[in-house]
Design a binder for this molecule. Sequence first.
Ligand code: SIN
Length: 302
Amino acid sequence: MSAPTLAGTALKVTPLGEALGAEIEGVNLALLDDASFVQIERAWADHLVLRFRRQQLSDLGLMQFSRRFGALDPVPIRASDVMDHTDPRLAIDPEAREYVTIISNVKVDGMAIGGLGNYEAHWHTDMSYNDTPPSASLLYGIEVPPEGGDTSFCNMYLAYDTLDKTSRERVRSLTCVHDASRNSSGELRRGFADNDEPTRTIGARHPLVRVHPVTERACLFLGRRRNAYIPELPLDESEHLLDYLWAHATQQRFSWTQQWQQHDLVIWDNRCAMHRRDSFDDRYERVMHRTQIRGTTPIRYV
Ligand code: SIN
């Protein structure tokens, strides 16, 4: 475990990727002081994704650190075959049930204790199908597999900045509808009907280019590819433009990959970074606890 931070001590910030990601060392998140948090916030604005190794966090500790970044969002709607959070077989603090999501392949009595199983999760922004998607997600590794299950992140400021001028101008005037029906592994959520027709997508409509409320920089805001639709365009043009933007944004040069160790805590800025996860062998158990910070309505960049 990291030693408590002495007030006024500079934290060590080491970039992890060319495009985004940094490691913060010299801090115990369970005993965080305000001066250290100011440094963390600054590093987060610069690097979009931060990793803290060897942290000992209970669910309440995770919630307490998360609340430094803003009010917590309630857990998202689960897929139909995932245990209800109120199920007493779940080892989750009763006070945390409303705010801590379990991401796991572990099953109890044949029932998944958390979401996403051991599947690949495709590139996405968390809960972008809501009118006010979370500003941040924090993921804490409780059990991690010895291989697989890596999480990659990509920098959506860079994705926007590196578009050619004509494309930048074009996308600034457009919006996109983000599909609410399936999670990032493609599983149908409770209460949603199957749909393969993007013009009938149910979910929030957001600007394709949003302004980050803190840095005031422009970033592409793609959310999720499946069933995405640009309502200002005919369907074939919408599909063509979205294919182009997705291929551009998810290039290796804009991304960095986190290989998990037990007790890693990773926070990402859900407004300007997308993420995906590799599948892993179901022989291994992966248990992650996640919180999310309430965001603001995405505003078009002008
Ligand atoms: C997520 O998509 O929020 C989960 C990422 C992960 O399991 O690594």
